[in-house]
Design a protein around this ligand. Structure first.
Ligand code: TRP
Length: 465
């Protein structure tokens, strides 16, 4: 197919139609961003990395690296209007570089598949916890009993595998039918409901007696507790929580109407996502300290602290049920986004129907998921490099593939694309454009590479951290 001339051409359109409004796009990206990353992952990795200093680095990465990366992804996506692999190939050629930029899209497709393979297992835990909540298992339970419920469940690989299977089936079902309709509605209701529930829990955490200690842990920086590896984890979390670095936002950007402000939409998503993560931290850590738990308790942290809190509240059975249902929804809207680049690619490249593509990709992810299912039981002892299979997939994707994708995406948007192209997408070359370009050209790629090198110990210790 001939590449259209960049100037004075017919506007390019997406094969899959466009979002009905700016709000629809914001909701879709917010739905993908707000998920297990905010409520399950953020508190436990903040806990494992010493709290306050980690949070400051995380916030710095979200706003100064994450925001320009997100804007770059959306502008590339809207300009190419195809799946991430095809978009990168098309724009690479059109901007006078190379079609090999498609490899960046390809890495994103792989990252999405790998992330969803463990994400779905944790989402399966939340599904199982819906049933446990309904059954009143947490009511009045002690810390030991709650811990035993969690351990007993994750030890049982058949139960966890079954929950993972159900969650993948739900995800495949929605992806097969196309994203827009069902999803937009779900997110519209889910995000506000989740915030309200978190505020109720915050009220409980405030009255638990350890609110000061919890918030101090979250907000008081102790830079001695932070290693360069911790900085890498904070940066990886910024990418993970914003859904950036793997082409998901690029795929959603392909359906964005031409007149929508990319800066405004990105800012709304980044602020909403950060607010929810911080809220989760302010709920979790007071409960950790009030119950003498260990903040570095790992992936089980929210599955222990929150049931404990619910078990002691009046109406706790009801609130616990609603909470885990909402968390499952949040994970669901994210899981769909994780599959979208791979599915869109398979549909466009090999002319599959959406249903076939969703089944094939979903089946592969389901199979890979057993690596994570078994990481908490049969294979818990089979550790290498960063730990279990789950820990290695998580490290490889969040801390390596997503930031690396971010380097390529910003370099492409700010160095390879000509000024006119990017300025056109970002609404003209004003002050905000200049700031974006400064961050995307220099700060984001250099900071990411610097943290990589530091974390693997390849740079000397000229700055203490
Ligand atoms: N942002 C999601 C969360 O915090 C996880 C995620 C990472 C994601 N990359 C994504 C979701 C891409 C959708 C698309 O839970």
């Amino acid at each position: 197919m001939p590449v259209e001339d960049a100037a004075g051409k017919e506007p390019r359109t997406s094969l899959h139609g466009h979002w009905s409004s700016r709000m629809a796009f914001i909701l879709a990206v917010t739905g993908s961003a707000v998920g297990l990353g905010n409520i399950w992952k953020f508190p436990y990795i903040a806990g494992e990395n010493g709290g306050g200093a980690f949070v400051i680095v995380y916030l710095f990465c979200v706003f100064l690296i994450g925001m320009p990366v997100m804007m770059s992804e959306v502008l590339i996506g809207r300009r190419g209007r195809r799946n991430p692999v095809a978009t990168m190939a098309l724009l690479g050629e059109e901007e006078g570089s190379s079609r090999h930029w498609r490899l960046v899209g390809g890495m994103g497709v792989v990252a999405g598949i790998l992330i969803l393979s463990y994400y779905s297992v944790i989402a399966g835990w939340t599904l199982a916890y819906v049933l446990k909540s309904i059954g009143g298992e947490f009511a009045g339970a002690t810390r030991e009993q709650i811990g035993a419920i969690f351990g007993g469940f994750t030890d049982n690989w058949v139960a966890v595998g079954f929950a993972h299977t159900v969650f993948m089936a739900l995800t495949i079902f929605v992806v097969a039918r196309g994203v827009e309709r069902g999803l937009e509605q779900a997110v519209r209701f889910m995000v506000p409901a989740l915030v309200i529930l978190m505020l109720i829990l915050l009220g409980y955490a405030v009255s638990s007696g350890s609110f000061g200690a919890g918030v101090a842990f979250l907000l008081t920086p102790d830079f001695d507790a932070l290693t360069w590896d911790g900085v890498l984890v904070a940066m990886g979390q910024a990418f993970f929580t914003l859904s950036i670095g793997m082409g998901a936002v690029m795929a959603y950007g392909a359906y964005l109407p031409a007149e929508t402000s990319i800066t405004g939409a990105s800012a709304s998503v980044v602020i909403a996502d950060t607010a929810i993560a911080m809220l989760a931290g302010m709920v979790i850590f007071p409960l950790v300290f009030a119950n003498n738990l260990d903040p570095a308790d790992g992936p089980g942290l929210v599955f222990v602290t929150l049931p404990l809190a619910f078990g002691q509240m009046t109406g706790g059975t009801f609130f616990a049920t609603v909470f885990f249902v909402l968390l499952t929804f949040a994970a669901w809207t994210s899981a769909i986004g994780l599959m979208e680049p791979a599915v869109a690619w398979l549909v466009e490249r090999f002319h599959r129907t959406r249903a076939q593509a969703a089944l094939m990709i979903g089946g592969l992810i389901w199979l890979l998921g057993f690596g994570t299912v078994l990481s908490f039981n049969q294979l818990a002892g089979a550790t290498f490099y960063k730990g279990t299979i789950f820990q290695n997939i998580d490290h490889l994707t969040s801390n390596i593939m997503l930031p690396l994708g971010g380097v390529f995406i910003t370099v492409f948007a700010a160095w390879i694309m000509c000024r006119n192209s990017s300025a056109e997408e970002l609404g003209g070359a004003g002050r905000i454009y200049s700031l974006w370009r400064l961050l995307a050209r220099y700060l984001a790629p250099l900071a990411i590479i610097f943290v990589f090198l530091k974390a693997v110990g390849l740079l000397p210790d000229f700055a203490a951290a």
